[in-house]
Design a protein around this ligand. Structure first.
Ligand SMILES: Nc1ncnc2c1ncn2[C@@H]1O[C@H](COP(=O)(O)OP(=O)(O)OP(=O)(O)O)[C@@H](O)[C@H]1O
Ligand SMILES: [Mg+2]
Length: 557
């Protein structure tokens, strides 16, 4: 490509000389336009794309400088090389200061010098332009990067301030992003990103924790369709289940669905409240029903007992009467008397009188005992059920234990014998009697189940004891010689829904409710010691509360 030059020189001869010099160089070729003055130059610059301008500063002195200024403002990016007369060397230096790329003294130039100066000037300007362009590009990119980083920081802080946990993962289940809430809900110590979703959480479907590949989150990425569930269960990597509400939506980027965003909320507290409400209403209605039935049975059992006592006494009187008649009859002589005696003897035999006399009192005694037991159970039921009770009151815990054991007899009698050691001087405890009864019931039934599972036969034993622990607290302990538990099981027994029992036998809520009642509602403690194959001891510690003041100090220690 030839170099395109504009030569501005008012002197035709001089111009022709310069042009000839340039055309003579063999290294480069030139297309040269000649302008006589600034006006011609302006017109030519508008029409052409020059690589450089050669400007003669010669005559008259001063005008050349003005033309230079004008040319610079007209074409800032075209290098201008100033040509001066011998005596104008100073003017050349000033021209360079004013913005020309270089200057040459006309009388001293030859083709090669001219060519080199033109080439360097062009290259210098291009280089400077490149550098300027690069600097501008860098500045521009930096501005974009800053804006991007600002917006990313903003997104991150919004993300981190969210109440809901957020996880972004790709089609392989690899986590790309997690927020603080997700870290907190899913793992205690570590940041989640750069882990696999499977290592962090699994969704529970039909009681099975499903892997990412087989689960619905992968499906969301495949189908590009979001899903949500208001009542779901995740299992954390430490095995802890968490009740959640979640939404999972596809992550759309310019190349299609690249992953999914999972947002979720812990609804454990809400579920607990729901369970409590359900339990309370169940307790209330069962209690009401039990109290009603107990009341209904109470009246007939009273008069059955009264009547049995009456019949038993009456029978004694009749036996006395019979014996007296026989005595009188035996004292009379004569044939008629003899006949009457043998008739009586036959009648006695026919009536199996010996047997009746011997067994009727026993039957009456047993019936009375049975009626007494029914009456006791009815009373226990009435006391146990506490229908509708809402506020704490002073409760005789020993009585609660006895009532609980009485109403649950059917659950344990087949598997175990009972050993009860109740401290007689136990102070009354300020508590929710009905709920404490439920706790005791759960513990006794668990003990019976554990013994049943161990198959102890006649050796099954449940020991229930109460004692004053110290000034402020009492302890109720329930010990069994059932199957016992491993450490791994013990760690989970207070979790809602944890059960090792068959469907229908256990729902896994018993101990979680116990803990809620003892710890949350009474500020007490429930703890367990267990040895697999040997047995288990549950200890419930309750603060005596306000009842304390009424108990003389030191009495029960
Ligand atoms: N005395 C015990 N001996 C051995 N294991 C026990 C004992 N008590 C509780 N467990 C274990 O703890 C688990 C949880 O007990 P929890 O009472 O919470 O639920 P559940 O008895 O299974 O069901 P639910 O009480 O709701 O009917 C039981 O499934 C059992 O594995
Ligand atoms: Mg239970």
């Amino acid at each position: 490509m030839p170099t395109r030059l504009l030569l501005v020189d008012p002197d035709f001869d001089e111009a022709a000389r310069v042009i000839a010099l340039l055309h003579r160089t063999e290294i480069e070729s030139y297309v040269i336009e000649h302008a006589h003055g600034f006006d011609d130059a302006e017109a030519l610059i508008e029409e052409n794309d020059f690589d450089a301008v050669l400007l003669d500063l010669a005559t008259p002195v001063g005008r050349g400088a003005t033309v230079l200024k004008k040319l610079i403002s007209l074409a800032a990016n075209i290098p201008i090389i100033v040509l001066t007369q011998t005596e104008d060397e100073n003017a050349g230096a000033m021209a360079v200061q004013a913005g020309a790329q270089d200057f040459l003294v006309k009388s001293r130039i030859n083709g090669d010098v001219l060519r080199r100066v033109i080439r360097y000037s062009i290259d210098r300007v291009r280089y400077r332009q490149d550098v300027d362009g690069l600097a501008r590009e860098i500045a521009h990119r930096k501005r974009i990067a800053d804006a991007l980083s600002d917006s990313q920081n903003r997104m991150m802080s919004i993300n981190d301030s969210l109440f809901e946990g957020v996880l972004v993962f790709d089609e392989n289940g690899h986590i790309a992003l997690s927020n603080r809430a997700a870290d907190r809900l899913l793992s205690a110590e570590e940041k989640l990103p750069s882990r696999d979703l499977d290592a962090v959480l699994r969704l529970v479907l039909d009681e099975h924790a499903v892997a990412f590949k087989a689960g619905p989150f992968r499906q969301v990425i495949r189908d590009g369709v979001g899903i949500q569930d208001e009542d779901a269960l995740f299992v954390r990597r430490d095995g802890k289940p968490i009740a959640v509400a979640y939404a999972c939506v596809p992550l759309l980027e310019k190349d299609g669905v690249q992953g999914a965003i999972l947002s979720f909320r812990d609804i454990g507290a809400f579920k607990q409240a729901q369970r409590d409400a359900l339990q309370a209403s169940k307790l209330a209605s069962v209690g009401q029903l039990a109290a009603g039935i107990a009341h209904e049975i109470n009246t007939p059992i009273q008069y059955i007992g009264d009547n049995l006592r009456f019949l038993s006494n009456a029978f004694q009187s009749i036996v006395g009467l019979l014996k007296r008649s026989e005595q009188l009859l035996s004292g009379i002589d004569g044939e008629q008397a003899e006949q009457a005696r043998s008739a009586l003897e036959r009648a006695r035999e026919q009536a199996d009188a010996e047997y009746l006399l011997e067994n009727i009192p026993e039957a009456a005694r047993q019936s009375l005992e049975g009626a007494g037991q029914v009456a006791r159970i009815v009373l226990a039921m009435k006391e146990f059920s506490h229908p509708g009770e809402r506020a704490k009151a002073e409760v005789d815990i020993n009585r609660s234990v006895e009532n609980t054991l009485a109403v649950s007899r059917n659950e344990w009698k087949q598997w175990a014998t009972l050993e009860i050691k109740l401290e007689e001087t136990l102070p009354r405890v300020n508590c929710l009697g009905g709920e404490i009864n439920q706790v005791l019931l759960n513990l006794v039934i668990n003990a019976a189940h554990a013994i049943e599972e161990a198959g102890r036969g006649a050796d099954g034993k449940i020991q229930v004891a109460t004692r004053r622990l110290d000034e402020d607290r009492i302890e109720i302990s329930i010990e069994d010689n059932g199957v016992g538990m491993t450490e791994a099981v013990i760690e989970q027994i207070f979790d809602p829904f944890f059960t090792t029992k068959k469907i229908g036998k256990g729902t896994g809520q018993g101990l979680s409710i116990c803990r809620d009642v003892i710890v949350a509602k009474h500020g007490g403690r429930i703890s367990v010691h267990s040895t697999p194959g040997v047995g288990t001891r549950f200890s419930v510690i309750l603060p005596i509360g306000e009842a304390e003041e009424e108990t003389p100090k030191g009495d029960n220690l």
